[in-house]
Ligand binder design. Structure first.
Ligand code: GCU
Length: 434
């Protein structure tokens, strides 16, 4: 084994054992996750069409008010409210060139997000087909390890700030290096995307908010020091809400690019970043399509289904992802005033695609499907159809109309197969936009 590979594995192993030793105490109090369908007991779900007084909405014109009620509850109890003050967003083009045998054009921007209190810089990489005419649409998503990992192009910038080897641990050093260049390209099939006529933009999530528990101080939280979650303010934004807010700031920048069609920008994300794309899609209606991949607990999967990761486990391993109030639902999911299907419903009538992987039991593929299924009545009220049946489809079959779904054979990941279904969905929906 080459030395650098050995070193990489050794770092991960050390990191994981460090992680288990710090989390071990708290985690041992949390019941083990269930991965046996026969043991699932699901308490009744709130009806997305039910008002606070229990009466049902039967007219589409009443949906906006109902949606606002859900959005407020979801922010307050799960992700936390983002600040209402604005930040100043500026960008500069720092590099451009061609790649993928000159078929893809690359542009790199540095985005400066500034308030009176602080400023942060985010590297945004933007890939478009190198041909005349506007791309058919743009996919915007955050990446886990730096823009230089999405493709082997030597020009792609390496993050300057925090890059943990295992984000759960809170290692504060920058572990990004040349070694990682191109290492995530299976998740970002840029050549395939641009050859199909789409643009794709990505930024490193740690540029927006480093992924460790620092008491909500660094990253986007530093821009609004008067809006930090605390014991008195348990409903202020955690990291997922911070990353989602950051996606909206990157959207601000994309909308100023001549190759971006404002009506055709999708938000996309995998895993914790799939939870993020779900929340970004719900909070920012400028995203006309929303792609939520292997998002699991805190994403599209229903919390009331006791399968895979639970609220108590996620809040113990990642205390900074959600707002402190979400901890009230540790082993108490049935008390949540909503469940994840209401978040999917808040995207309606915009199309949303949920994707699972067959071996990704931790994320509860069936629960992710049901998160879409139980949002479908809202699409129906608004005159569209969501998912076709309460039973999930067989593996690798893409189903649904305004809510799309597939369960890819294989492990927790986002791969070319997933992107192909997403692009088919985009072809279908963006074609009919005004
Ligand atoms: C952990 C976590 C998941 C999350 C995943 C990821 O497995 O428990 O909730 O989706 O990390 O983001 O990689």
């Amino acid at each position: 084994m080459p030395f650098f590979q050995f070193k990489k594995i050794a770092i991960v192993v050390c990191s994981l054992s460090f992680f288990s030793s710090i989390q071990g105490g708290a985690m041992s109090q949390v019941p083990k996750a269930n991965e046996d369908e026969a043991l699932v007991v699901m308490s009744p779900l709130p009806d997305p069409l039910a008002r606070a007084d229990g009466s049902l909405i039967t007219d589409a014109k009443d949906w906006p008010e109902q949606r606002a009620r859900w959005m407020k509850l979801i922010a307050e109890h799960e992700y936390g409210f983002a600040p209402s003050e604005k930040a100043d967003v500026r960008w500069e083009l720092v590099e451009e060139g061609l790649m993928n045998e000159n078929k893809t054009k690359r542009q790199q921007f540095v985005v400066h997000i500034k308030t009176q209190a602080a400023s942060i810089d985010v590297d945004l990489a933007f890939f478009t087909p190198n041909r005349s005419g506007k791309p058919k649409g743009t996919f915007l998503g955050l990446n886990f390890q730096g823009n230089h990992t999405v493709d082997s192009a030597p020009e792609l910038r390496i993050p300057k700030g925090w890059v943990g080897n295992d984000a759960k641990i809170g290692v504060t050093e920058n572990r990004a290096s040349e070694m990682g260049r191109g290492s995530q390209d299976r998740r970002w099939p840029i050549a395939e995307i641009t050859e199909r006529g789409y643009a794709v933009a990505t930024a490193y999530y740690g540029d927006l908010d480093p992924d460790y528990d620092d008491g909500f101080k660094n990253g986007v939280h530093s821009l609004f020091p008067n809006h930090v979650a605390s014991a008195e303010h348990r409903d202020r934004w955690g990291s997922i809400a911070g990353w989602a807010w950051g996606l909206s700031r990157l959207m601000d920048v994309l909308l100023q690019q001549p190759s971006v069609d404002a009506d055709r920008v999708a938000v996309i994300g995998h895993s914790r970043l799939g939870k993020t794309s779900l929340w970004a899609g719900a909070t920012d209606p400028r995203f006309s399509l929303v792609f939520v991949n292997n998002s699991g607990c805190g994403g599209a999967a229903l919390e009331r289904r006791n399968f895979g990761e639970t609220v108590a486990r996620i809040n113990t391993s990642f205390p900074h992802w959600f707002c402190p109030k979400f901890k009230d639902y540790n082993q108490n999911e049935a008390a949540m005033p909503f469940d994840q299907h209401t978040i999917v419903a808040c995207i309606a009538p915009r199309p949303v695609y949920i994707a699972s992987a067959t071996k990704d039991l931790w994320a509860d593929p069936k629960g992710e499907y049901l998160g879409g299924w139980y949002a479908s009545p809202v699409y129906k009220l608004l005159g569209y159809s969501g998912l076709p049946s309460e039973t999930p489809p067989a593996a690798d079959i893409s189903v649904g109309d305004r809510i799309g779904y597939h369960n890819r054979t294989g492990a927790h990941d986002i791969l070319s197969f997933d992107w192909q279904q997403f692009m088919n969905f985009a072809d279908r929906h963006w074609k009919y936009l005004k």
